[in-house]
Write a protein that binds this ligand. Structure first.
Ligand SMILES: Nc1nc2c(ncn2[C@@H]2O[C@H](COP(=O)(O)OP(=O)(O)OP(=O)(O)O)[C@@H](O)[C@H]2O)c(=O)[nH]1
Ligand SMILES: [Mg+2]
Length: 223
């Protein structure tokens, strides 16, 4: 029998309350041995609560979700490296299925495709349109056929990550990792996941998602 690959899950957070249940769910769904690395940019009281979860907690000194995830990935030990948003919007089961599918699909990175499982109120029409345009741009630029370049859930092989770990992240969210792997010819595939509305708190990713989206488009086209 083949040995189970070791898995690290990176969770970027700014004061997301859903993260505490998520840590418990990762342990019960993926196994206690799963390495959980939370990269946090919050206040002290939230940080102290994170420490109590027993996960590895890194305080982010710079800013941006792409820098947070890069910091987590660089300190991870797994042969498979996964990431999921901390706000409870992405179906955690997707990581489990991503782990199972990455070998079967012969991929280097599996993205959780939220567009296949949008639940009511999870993504408004404007954000759906923006995400679709950015994904179309990516597909045209790299000859791929994916549906969600800005998803907050992925599983990646360490061997592929090794090739991009020295790259300085630019402001493109998860698309930064997808673009950098695509540029080097790594195979990117996807699985459908469910996407739920944010239960509490506000969006942390950018002050203006419109301006952020324009920036992501320019990175996809010109990086
Ligand atoms: N450490 C860290 N985490 C971040 C940063 N920006 C966003 N996050 C986290 O990254 C995840 C994705 O950010 P969200 O604010 O949910 O972005 P979004 O899903 O586009 O926005 P919503 O639709 O409002 O949920 C969440 O877990 C955030 O807390 C950052 O600069 N640093
Ligand atoms: Mg979110």
């Amino acid at each position: 029998m083949q040995k189970k690959p070791s898995v690290s899950v990176i969770i970027p957070t700014i004061s997301e309350q859903s993260v505490f249940k998520m840590v418990k769910d990762i342990r019960s769904q993926l196994g206690k041995e799963t390495e959980i690395i939370i990269v946090d940019k919050s206040d002290d009281s939230y940080y102290r609560k994170l420490i109590k979860t027993g996960a590895t907690v890194i305080r982010q000194k710079d800013s941006g979700i792409e820098n947070a995830i890069m910091t987590g990935l660089r300190s991870a030990h797994g042969t498979l490296l996964a990431s999921i948003d901390a706000d409870g919007t992405h179906e955690l089961e997707g990581i489990k299925r991503g782990i199972a599918m990455i070998g079967k699909k012969n991929a280097d990175m599996i993205l959780g495709n939220r567009m296949a499982g949008l639940s009511e109120g999870s993504m408004n029409f404007y954000l759906q349109t923006g995400n679709n345009i950015l994904t179309d741009l990516f597909n045209i630029a790299y000859g791929t056929h994916i549906h969600d370049v800005l998803t907050g859930l992925f599983v990646m092989k360490r061997s592929a990550f090794q090739d991009i770990k020295e790259v300085q992240p630019y402001r493109a969210g998860i698309a930064f990792f997808v673009v950098e792997l695509a540029k080097k010819g790594y195979k990117i595939d996807e699985i459908p996941i469910k996407y739920y509305p944010r239960k509490e708190g506000v969006s942390k990713i950018a002050k203006s998602k419109f301006a952020y989206g324009i920036g992501v488009a320019s990175h996809i086209l010109f990086k």
